[in-house]
Ligand binder design. Structure first.
Ligand SMILES: Nc1nc2c(ncn2[C@@H]2O[C@H](COP(=O)(O)OP(=O)(O)O)[C@@H](O)[C@H]2O)c(=O)[nH]1
Ligand SMILES: [Mg+2]
Length: 364
């Protein structure tokens, strides 16, 4: 499952700094030379300690984590929806991502200029949000015009869609993000064809000063409140520290983090938040060639989970043999788990749980 997050925000807020640090840091940690695709697209490995733990007991040739694709989307300024700056290019890129990571400047640095002269986090997020809303208004307006034509032909579904699009238009006109309004599956699937920006899940990232990672600064609190009012999450990352971490060899990173009083890197915090935002779960597989982590949506059944690995696994699905990491750590090997009856036999409708280690049985 390709999962893509687009990093957005005003110019000079630290988007590229965070993007580069996460991609570079991840590439070094996982030893993946291919991690950066181009200057604006990168693949970061989702850090997951369970892969390491399982590999202590299950010997294999390589360990493959699951990935998140990041896109550094430049060019959002006031007026972007009307084509200012890199307006149209920006909006073209942002249309294709699964989720938005909205970086807000909360750090103080007189050497780094601010597009609007002074740094005010709330008015900054509002400028960005307004551009997304304006662009959606334009898109929805086109949708309405199209549906008006189609519904004249008497098609029933088109009439209901037209109503829905009009409701969306009125909510946007009031300055509302659509994700907060349309939470039911039916509306969501009808709105999907419009690729609306304010329907996308969003995570706010306060790019803070080193001290503000642990201490509450006023700017940060106000952004956290802003996010909370929308039912969204806000995390704190210090771009400067992430950039320093990315330069360190893997074995020195934990100590560096601890010296700053931190337990996890920004990438870790971001990955965990992304998973929770998008309702994602991880399961693991093991064979002599690789131990691997896979991403699925919460609620995915065993047969569809098999399809994430290979369509043949899904088509020829027989059963899933499932066990838990903590049992593996207690019994030490698959053979011992088997003789202790700790490997469960599950059918196609079994709902895969986060952390399951699964051996799929299938016909080819
Ligand atoms: N002091 C400080 N400067 C930062 C931080 N993050 C980014 N910067 C600086 O802010 C400037 C703009 O950063 P950049 O990542 O290019 O911003 P972008 O336009 O949003 O991509 C650069 O000079 C960065 O070094 C931070 O956490 N603290
Ligand atoms: Mg940039």
């Amino acid at each position: 499952m390709g999962l893509t997050a687009g990093i957005i925000g005003l110019p000079n807020v630290g988007k590229s700094t965070i993007f580069n640090a996460l991609c570079k840091g991840s590439a070094a940690a996982e030893n993946y030379p291919f991690c950066t695709i181009d200057p604006n697209n990168g693949i970061v490995a989702i850090p997951d300690d369970r892969l390491r733990r399982m590999t202590t007991y299950l010997e294999t040739k390589k360990v493959v984590p699951t990935f998140l694709e990041l896109v550094d989307i430049a060019g959002l300024v006031k007026g972007a929806s009307k084509g200012e700056g890199l307006g149209n290019q920006f909006l073209g890129h942002v249309k294709n991502v699964n989720a938005l990571v909205h970086v807000v400047r909360c750090f103080t640095d007189e050497d780094v200029s601010h597009v609007h002269g002074q740094c005010d986090s709330i008015s900054d997020v509002e400028v960005v949000q307004t551009e997304l809303i304006l662009k959606d208004l334009e898109t929805v307006q086109r949708g309405i015009e199209r549906m008006e034509k189609v519904s004249k032909s008497g098609e029933k579904e088109a009439k209901s869609k037209l109503e829905l699009f009009k409701k969306a238009h009125s909510e946007l006109s009031k300055g509302n993000n659509l994700r907060e309004i349309f939470t039911d599956n039916n509306s969501q699937s009808w709105l999907e064809e419009l690729h609306l920006l304010t329907m996308k899940d969003i995570l706010y990232v306060a790019n803070v000063d080193e001290e503000a990672l642990q201490m509450d600064a006023e700017q940060v609190l106000s952004i956290e409140k802003f996010a909370q009012d929308q039912g969204a999450q806000c995390i704190r990352i210090c771009g400067k520290i992430e950039a320093e971490i990315a330069e360190l060899p893997q074995e020195d990173r934990q100590e560096f983090l601890e010296s700053l009083g931190l337990s996890q890197s920004g990438l870790h915090v971001l990955a965990v938040s992304m998973y929770s935002l998008l309702g994602l779960r991880t399961f693991f597989t093991h064979n002599e060639n690789e131990n691997r982590a896979w991403t699925i949506k919460a609620g995915t059944h065993a047969q569809s989970a098999a399809g994430v690995i290979h369509t043949d696994f899904e088509k020829g699905f027989i059963k899933a043999e499932v066990y838990e990491l903590t049992d593996l750590e207690q019994y030490g090997s698959e053979a011992s788990l088997r003789s202790a009856g700790k490997i469960r036999q599950e059918g196609r409708d079994y709902t895969v749980q986060d952390g399951d280690i699964i051996l799929f049985k299938f016909n080819v």
